[in-house]
Design a protein around this ligand. Structure first.
Ligand code: NG6
Ligand code: CA
Length: 498
């Protein structure tokens, strides 16, 4: 028993009387999985047995949030503990963007390192790489995840629909052939690879009209951005999530004797959805549903491995999603036509990109068998709190202004709401939740993203909803409660200026 936590008695004293090892922490983050995409959250047209098992064995949160309705800002917040809207350049990044996470400030993985953990990220990154847009993908690419707190990284740079469609292990592209160097450009075509626009006959999945996604074709799928070379290194979409799963399990196996923090960032069900043969056409809901089955299965594989290794009682498993759901996000993949009555947004309004609830309210479960009592928690919490919460757990001082210590709530020992919570839509419009009240600041942004058919929540008028009675944000009560509007507007302004 080398790794005795002296504070165990302090925080878990009431529940656990014996000293225990520092628990491993695995944070699994899905990409674009909606509040209503999981059967333990009410989905009836799709079955997610592994996520349900996780829900049943830990805390299933009904009011947990990503900070933002898109990927890059959400992940920025998880990493830094800072609201992304405080910092320009934290919107959805192109695949050649420079790193946006500061290397000289505390980050979530650095907290774990400080506490003596090994740290790793496997999966989607989307926070930029290198010092500048112009970079040599054939050499050492840095700074990146390794400079922001991860001892080990096995990632893809941006999104599955953006070039370069390659894996990177620490600072290098995996399986790169030096005689076939990679070049990437987001403004003009590079090399002679066919594009979705010029050679649609080569596509195995077509892009949706007006979405773009018709630049360089990789594995029969048009991408955003142009790429040449690196043919041997390019991933096959059907196999790419399996590679991540393999790397995650390999990491767990190799580090089972150490306390480790693994950030396992799944790509499903983000576009392009191109599931493995094992899952193709299995959901009856098109490839989006199949990708959710695949994701659920991967979570189950991790859970099985923890049991097999006998470390499940010494591992905190957190599952969530980076933002809400979207159906057609760029490809004709059956998400709309085979929806079959499925409601990825559950009872919520909006979806990915939206400041309405479905943009940021996401599934979230926290399990720690033997320590956390299984329960459903309606407490208001945010993924941005992971940083202050784990700092508290390890007794490490951080002075993040936006990340709050929610340890008791994470462990199911309290259901105390976060004092307030800020939500961010894609057009930078902000909303604040306090108790049951939600106020959305007036915004000139467009009301709807027609391309994806999602209401963004923008209005020139202030909006006030009572989420306790009206979780679907159907009735704007701003005129009825002007004092509440003023109070929340002031509060939001004050937080902006913190
Ligand atoms: C959007 C893409 C969308 C998706 C998203 C990022 C278009 C028209 N749409 O700009 O397909 O890639 O960016 O998703 O280009 S996220 O989950 O990583 O934020
Ligand atoms: Ca996402």
């Amino acid at each position: 028993m080398k790794k005795i936590l002296s504070f165990t008695f302090l925080f878990f004293g009431a529940l656990t009387l014996t000293a225990q090892q520092k628990p491993n922490v695995i944070f699994i983050l899905a990409d674009d999985l909606g509040y209503g995409d999981v059967s333990s959250y009410g989905a009836t047209k799709i079955n997610t047995p592994n996520l349900d098992k996780l829900s049943d064995q830990g805390v299933r949160f009904t009011n947990a949030h990503a900070t933002s309705a898109t990927c890059t800002p959400s992940r920025y917040a998880i990493m830094t503990g800072e609201y992304p809207w405080r910092q320009s350049g934290t919107g959805i990044l192109p695949g050649d963007a420079a790193l946006i996470v500061p290397t000289d400030q505390p980050t979530l993985p650095k907290i774990f390192k400080q506490a003596g953990y090994k740290t790793a990220i496997v999966g989607k990154w989307h926070l930029g790489l290198g010092d500048a847009v112009a970079k040599n993908w054939n050499g050492e690419v840095k700074p990146g995840p390794n400079e922001t707190g991860f001892d080990y990284s096995f990632i893809f740079p941006a999104t599955a629909d953006r070039v370069p469609t390659v894996f990177m292990e620490n600072h290098h592209v995996v399986a790169l052939d030096p005689t076939d160097p990679i070049e990437v450009d987001y403004r003009k075509k590079v090399g002679n690879d066919p594009t979705g626009l010029e050679n649609p006959e080569l596509l195995k999945m077509h892009s949706s009209p007006n979405h773009g996604h018709n630049n360089t074709i990789v594995n029969g799928i048009g991408r955003i951005g142009y790429m040449s070379g690196g043919n041997r290194a390019r991933w096959t979409d059907e196999e790419m999530p399996m590679t991540f799963l393999y790397k995650a399990t390999e990491y767990i196996q190799n580090n089972k004797e150490e306390p480790f923090f693994l950030f396992y960032a799944l790509t499903e069900p983000h576009v392009p959805r191109m599931p493995s043969t094992m899952f193709k056409d299995k959901s009856g809901l098109g490839y989006r549903g199949d990708a959710i089955l695949q994701l659920d299965w991967a979570v189950g594989e991790i859970m099985k491995q923890l049991e097999y290794l006998g470390i499940e009682e010494n591992t905190i498993l957190i599952f969530s999603s980076d933002n809400g759901p979207v159906l057609d996000d760029g490809y004709i993949d059956g998400a709309v036509t085979q929806l079959n009555g499925h409601t990825p947004w559950g009872p919520l309004r909006g979806g990915k990109y939206s400041v309405f609830e479905a943009g940021t309210r996401v599934p979230m479960m926290v399990s720690w068998p033997g320590t956390i009592a299984p329960q459903v928690s309606n407490a208001l919490i945010s993924q941005i709190d992971l940083m202050a919460t784990f700092s508290k757990m390890f007794d490490i001082k951080t002075n993040t202004r936006d990340s709050h210590d929610m340890l008791e709530v994470f462990l199911g020992k309290s259901t105390q709401d976060r004092e307030f919570l800020i939500e961010q839509g894609i057009t930078d419009n902000l909303a604040i939740i306090q108790g049951n009240w939600k106020y959305i600041a007036p915004s000139e942004g467009r009301k709807k993203n027609e391309l994806v058919n999602i209401e963004l929540g923008n209005s020139l008028q202030p909006q006030l909803y009572d989420l306790g009675k009206d979780i679907g944000e159907t009735t704007n009560l701003a005129d009825k409660y002007p004092k509440k509007v003023k109070e929340l507007q002031k509060k939001l302004e004050a937080i902006r200026k913190l």
